[in-house]
Design a protein around this ligand. Structure first.
Ligand code: HEC
Ligand code: HEC
Length: 237
């Protein structure tokens, strides 16, 4: 009894202190902190992002939900605005984005941009399929492009290993294959705003469906492939 009481007094004391320390920072809560709260708990019709995008923004590969962690803040913010206006359509994300106000979008974008990307960027950037097998269409497109069809190598903009470059060129390595495929098809069919300079709109329209599937599979599997290549002796042990 006495012991229990002691604990509750401590707990109340702790809560009071917590409230004291928290009251000041709430005013100055940074965008990243606001985004974190929104991601974890949601707010009204804005569903908690973590439910689908994972506790660390790592996505949910089995369900085909993309990771957000480590992507550029302005890219993420832009995507949320496009879901809200309908420039990018999706039955699940559109209603969530429509329920968000500008500062919630910016906060969520700042939060996810602050998280570590869910892949080993160093291993990936060092993993270049410079000499892909002739029949490996995904590796060819990714690393060399298809100049007979005016297609530049994907890594020219998405970085070696597809780890992303700066704020505007998102990482694509390790995104679910179905997700990557759908984005390319959406551009091909004019269902997703092509973004800066219509770069992806032009590219996706030039890709045939086999190339789309091959590139999607290649980038989805790249983190695993890079890991396997970095530790070739692993299986032989
Ligand atoms: C019920 C599941 C679900 C919830 C909850 C959810 N999302 Fe999504 N989100 C998705 C799916 C599915 C996609 C892929 C949409 C597509 O295929 O275009 C997506 C895509 C996105 C993208 C685009 C990613 C990219 O690489 O272009 C952003 C940004 C995003 N979500 C942010 C959020 C934020 C912020 C929240 C919380 C406020 C949130 N999502 C909550 C399912 C969800
Ligand atoms: C000339 C530059 C450029 C090249 C080359 C390029 N991309 Fe992109 N890619 C972009 C930009 C910019 C975006 C962001 C579009 C936006 O903001 O909506 C993007 C976005 C994407 C996305 C969406 C990512 C997401 O999270 O939703 C996929 C998938 C993609 N590119 C695949 C490819 C593939 C596959 C190739 C090679 C065949 C390729 N890209 C080549 C510039 C490029």
């Amino acid at each position: 009894m006495v012991r229990k009481r002691g604990i509750s007094v401590l707990a109340v004391g702790g809560l009071a202190m917590g409230a004291f320390f928290m009251s000041a920072p709430t005013f100055a809560q940074t965008a990243v902190e606001q985004g974190q709260t929104l991601a974890k708990s949601g707010s009204g019709a804005v569903l908690a992002c973590a439910t689908c995008h994972g506790a660390k923004g790592e996505g949910m590969a089995a369900a085909g939900f993309p990771y957000l962690a480590g992507q550029g803040a302005s890219y993420l913010d832009e995507q949320l605005q496009e879901f809200a206006t309908g420039a990018r359509s999706h039955p699940v994300m559109a209603p969530i984005a429509k329920a968000m106000n500008r500062s919630q979008m910016q906060a969520a974008a700042a939060y996810y941009a602050s998280l570590a990307a869910p892949f080993d960027a160093k291993a990936l950037s060092g993993h270049l399929d410079t000499y892909p097998a002739k029949d490996d269409a995904g590796a060819w497109l990714a690393n060399r492009g298809d100049w007979s069809n005016n297609l530049p190598a994907c890594i020219q903009c998405h970085g070696p290993g597809g780890v992303g470059v700066g704020e505007q060129f998102p990482a694509i390595a390790g995104q679910p294959a179905a997700y990557l495929r759908e984005q390319l098809l959406a551009w091909k069919q004019g269902k997703r705003n092509p973004g800066p300079l219509n770069l992806m709109g032009d590219i996706a329209k030039r890709m045939n469906e086999a190339q789309i599937t091959a590139a999607a599979d290649y980038f989805a599997g790249l983190p695993q492939a890079a890991k396997a290549a970095a530790a070739p002796a692993e299986g032989a042990k």
